[in-house]
Design a protein around this ligand. Structure first.
Ligand code: PLP
Length: 382
């Protein structure tokens, strides 16, 4: 057989999916590996989806999405203190594809893209599979996993085009401070590079506030990407949206046609209802995630674990280096012996092999049981 696309050979699989596939072969597993909200999509959003089908929203839409949804996005951003034009907003089938659109629009093959370690594995996969070059910057626990410009400066070359940032962060739970965001914007301006800012967890913040870099650079270097999946428990509907300078948005929209044409019209109508409707469901779910975090941290603290406290999203990194196991081995053994699925740290970067990641968007009962089983597994190893 002739050789296939070698970039895809270089692209690793997500370790989250590796563990998930193993867990799928077993019964009664406690799932703490995936960022899948345990909540059902709120009733009024589901109703809007059903109504959309009956109302004939069963066809293609414009590549950039329904104008009514883009207006709902605009209003949402205005509520959050931003002031973009409608042409700065586009709709994608999930924020994950918006990230691919952004990276493709802003770079050429061979250009360098700054990615964090730890960082969500999909960024690396996107960069490698599109023949861009990942350059890894560290997120240090002593800095609460916030990026520091002094760590970024030495990595900049003539080929650097983009830095990807993610706040609130998967997998660290870090929420970047206003100062950090301001520093990152100044860094991007200084080197004339783009910030692709993944803000899909912007409504899941427990301590502090979410600050978008769009606030400091509304129409030049920042491409902000948001999603419906996490805040509205709409992972299966596949809708995301972006806000960026018009020229970039137009290139990102252009890319939709050959790959996906547009996001599902039905899902777009549901997303519109979500953004225009009552927001208390978002707050209630975020509050519930906060309670789950607190329960998890209480158990782990009682058991003597130390960690960087997540301030947003629904993930926690725990250092398990003392077990002597590599993170994949650890995750596989925990699954086999205790039926608890967690994500191996190595999938978030080479320097993150000492961690495993818990996702705490599952129920309180599962967190209680899953973390208790983890603690007993760990104690037997050290
Ligand atoms: N960005 C981050 C950091 C994520 O964790 C995820 C999903 O887990 C996504 C983007 C993708 O979200 P969506 O369902 O909108 O594609």
């Amino acid at each position: 057989m002739r050789a296939l696309n070698q970039s895809l050979d270089r692209m690793p699989r997500s370790g989250i999916r590796v563990i998930m596939d193993l867990a799928a072969e077993m019964d009664n597993v406690i799932h703490m590996e995936l960022g899948e909200p345990s909540f059902q999509t709120p009733e009024h959003i589901m109703d809007a989806g059903c109504k959309a089908i009956r109302d004939g929203f069963t066809k293609y839409t414009a590549n950039s999405g329904l104008k009514s949804l883009r207006k709902a996005v605009l209003n949402r951003l205005v509520r959050d203190g931003l002031n973009p034009d409608l042409e700065q907003i586009g709709i994608s089938p999930g924020s994950v594809f918006a990230l691919v659109q952004a990276v493709t629009a802003c770079t050429n093959a061979g250009d360098e893209v700054l990615l964090s370690d730890p960082g969500w594995p999909n960024y690396y996969m996107q960069v490698v599979s599109t023949d861009r070059v990942p350059v890894i910057y560290p997120l240090k626990e002593k800095n609460n996993f916030e990026p520091k410009v002094e760590d970024l400066e030495p990595l900049v070359t003539k080929k650097t085009r983009v830095i990807v940032i993610n706040t609130p962060s998967n997998p660290t739970g870090s929420v970047y401070s206003r100062e950090t965001i301001q520093d990152l914007v100044a860094f991007a301006k200084k080197h004339d590079i783009y910030i692709i800012s993944d803000e899909v967890y912007d409504k899941i913040v427990f301590d502090g506030e979410h600050v978008s870099p769009l606030l400091f650079d509304p129409d030049d270097h920042v491409i902000s990407i948001f999603g419906m999946s996490k805040s509205y428990a709409m992972t299966g509907w596949r809708v995301g949206y972006y806000c960026a300078p018009k020229k970039i948005v137009s290139q990102m929209n252009k890319l939709l046609e050959p790959y996906v044409s547009c996001a599902s019209a039905i899902s777009q109508k549901a997303a519109e209802a979500a953004l225009n409707g009552p927001q208390d469901c978002v707050d209630q779910m975020a509050k519930a995630y906060g309670q789950r975090r607190d329960l998890m941290l209480d158990i782990l603290t009682r058991e003597g674990f130390e960690f960087s406290r997540p301030r947003g999203a629904f993930y926690l990194l725990v250092n398990v280096a003392e077990s002597g196991l590599e993170s994949y081995e650890f995750a596989k053994a925990l699954l086999r012996e205790k039926k608890v699925a967690v994500a191996p740290g190595l999938t978030f970067g080479k320097d993150s092999d000492k961690f495993i990641r818990f996702s705490f968007c599952t129920s309180l009962d599962d967190i209680q049981e899953g973390v208790t089983r983890f603690c007993s597994f760990y104690k037997n190893r050290i």
